[in-house]
Design a protein around this ligand. Structure first.
Ligand code: AMP
Length: 143
């Protein structure tokens, strides 16, 4: 199973912010869209960073609520780790676990074509395990 199979079940719409948006904008978009991280895109659609709910919470804990007016560019992570549509689900899970983040942008031919989260990966692994258990059950019952 590959990352492409997870993307197939998700909306095509890539939700993103720009470097000039504020942390309040980020909090609003994350809440409205019910997601945990956003790729940061420049005017040409290239990814220049990633910002997650954890970044926003850390800044508030450090400096208080006034940071909500600060720009995304001051807080985002610039060195973004991506996966590709042909990567295995196991490899993305290992990557997220080793690096301790829960989101991976999916890059194909130099463009960001989607985002996957640890939630998507775990959901798919559980579905695969259930399917495998069901086939084994059928195999045993039928003999
Ligand atoms: P998360 O666990 O995804 O909420 O993110 C934890 C931290 O890792 C935050 O500082 C994010 O900006 C950063 N982060 C999240 N995803 C990635 C990624 N794919 N590449 C690099 N940094 C990331």
């Amino acid at each position: 199973m590959t990352v492409a199979s997870i993307l197939k079940g998700k909306s095509d719409r890539l939700i993103s912010v720009t470097e000039a948006d504020s942390l309040a904008d980020v909090a609003r978009v994350l809440t409205k869209e019910n997601i945990g991280a956003l790729p940061v895109l420049d005017a040409g659609g290239d990814m220049v960073g990633i910002i997650s709910e954890r970044d926003v919470v850390r800044q508030i804990a450090k400096s208080g609520g006034e940071v909500l007016s600060h720009a995304v560019r001051d807080v985002m992570t610039r060195n973004v780790v991506c996966c590709g549509p042909d990567d295995s689900i196991e490899s993305t899970m290992a990557m997220m676990t080793a690096r301790r983040f829960r989101h991976l942008p999916v890059r194909s031919q130099g463009r960001i074509v989607g985002m996957i989260s640890i939630g998507d990966v775990v959901k798919r692994r559980v579905e695969d395990a259930e399917r495998e258990a069901e086939s084994l059950r059928e195999y045993i019952v039928r003999g």
